[in-house]
Design a protein around this ligand. Structure first.
Ligand SMILES: *Cc1c(COP(=O)(O)O)cnc(C)c1O
Length: 352
């Protein structure tokens, strides 16, 4: 298969002349900045935010590059992964013409973003053990299929998708394969970042919202070829990552050691939680998880959900989702939170 990025891009994006900001047009050193209509006095805060931020976040990307082992030029930063997902649709999918393939049960945002962009969705369900249906995907692909979204470890099931199957799609599909690795830090399997050079049609999504504990700052990452990253940069709003986020994330990235400790603690707690749940006769199945949550099939999921909510413990009811019938998705909390959860579940079932 030969990959042709130009054949995939929407015509309007191929022709697009991106916005040229004041910070794009002058990059040298200066002491008087009168080019961007900013307020020269400062901000009514202890820290000034009166100047527009670096549109391409060079300092932040440089630091992320050393942590992630991906060159800065192969990196796009978005206002959450949501922004990267939306840009993929706007770059590649002509509304009412092109389509994408989703493999449910999976992350809901891929479909919402398709709907917002008026792009058709073809669904090829995962198999009973939550792996890719390669034959079904091959059948669903048509000349207008531009994107295939794969989430691994998958949300809401928690399992990893076989790397061999992902490679099969990368090799055979002439469109873009979007691999969402939001939970990769919790996985025993390795990231696909090292395979970027091998697959020109691979876009990897990661986020600082999960293992890095920075969900409120909204920082999503996309890794891809420099050609695809250039397309992302053309489409994104000029100053999509605000200065406060850039500053705070730069500081947070010094905390690799504590993040690694929290990952280990979360994985250890996940196994405790799984062991506790497995002992309950009302628990029918627990999907082996590579993430910071577990999908549990159990008796009376809605009743349990409501009871837990009444106890102030909120989990995710997935019991009506295709292939997740009867399941709750439970995020791994602190040791104390997990104990509280297990105690409440036991109380609920003992009172039935
Ligand atoms: C949580 C999550 C994300 C992260 O989204 P952000 O917009 O970066 O917070 C991305 N993908 C999946 C599958 C997720 O579960």
């Amino acid at each position: 298969m030969s990959f042709n990025l130009n054949a995939l891009l929407r015509d309007n994006i191929k022709k697009l002349v991106p916005y040229s900001s004041a910070r794009d047009e002058f990059k040298g050193e200066a002491s008087v900045w009168l080019d961007a209509n900013e307020n020269a006095f400062g901000s009514p805060l202890s820290h000034d935010y009166n100047r527009y931020p670096d549109p391409l976040q060079h300092q932040l990307k440089h630091k992320l590059a050393s942590i992630k082992g991906v060159p800065a030029e192969n990196m796009f930063l978005g206002n959450g992964s949501d922004e990267a997902i939306d840009i993929l649709y706007r770059a590649f999918c002509t509304p009412q013409v092109d389509n994408v393939i989703l493999v449910p049960p999976t992350y809901g945002m891929y479909e919402v973003s398709a709907n917002i962009n008026d792009v058709a969705v073809k669904k090829v369900n995962l198999t009973a053990n939550y792996q890719l249906d390669l034959d079904g995907i091959a059948e669903a692909i048509d000349p207008f299929t531009k994107l295939i979204f794969i989430c691994s470890p998958n949300n809401p099931t928690g399992n990893s998708i076989h790397a061999q199957d992902i490679e099969t799609i990368l090799v055979n599909f002439p469109g873009i394969v979007v691999l969402d690795e939001a939970y990769i830090n919790y996985s025993k399997h390795k990231s696909f970042t090292k395979a970027l050079a091998e697959f020109p049609n691979l876009v990897i999504l990661q986020t600082l919202s999960k293992a890095w504990g920075l969900a409120a700052l909204r920082l999503g990452l996309a890794f891809a070829s420099t050609e695809i990253i250039e397309v992302f940069n053309k489409i994104k709003p000029p100053y999509n990552i605000n200065q406060a986020t850039q500053d705070l994330v730069l500081e947070a990235l010094d905390g690799v050691d504590i993040i690694n400790e929290w990952i280990k603690a979360t994985v250890a707690e996940r196994e405790v939680l799984v062991a506790e749940l497995a002992m309950l006769e009302q628990v029918e199945h627990i999907t082996p998880s590579d993430a910071n949550f577990v999908l549990v099939k159990l008796a009376n999921p809605k009743g349990l959900y409501d009871y837990l909510a009444g106890q102030g413990v909120v989990v995710r009811d997935r019991s009506k989702v295709t292939l997740c019938e009867g399941c709750l998705r439970i995020t791994v909390g602190t040791k104390t939170e997990n104990k509280h959860l297990i105690k409440s579940i036991k109380t609920f079932y003992s009172n039935l």
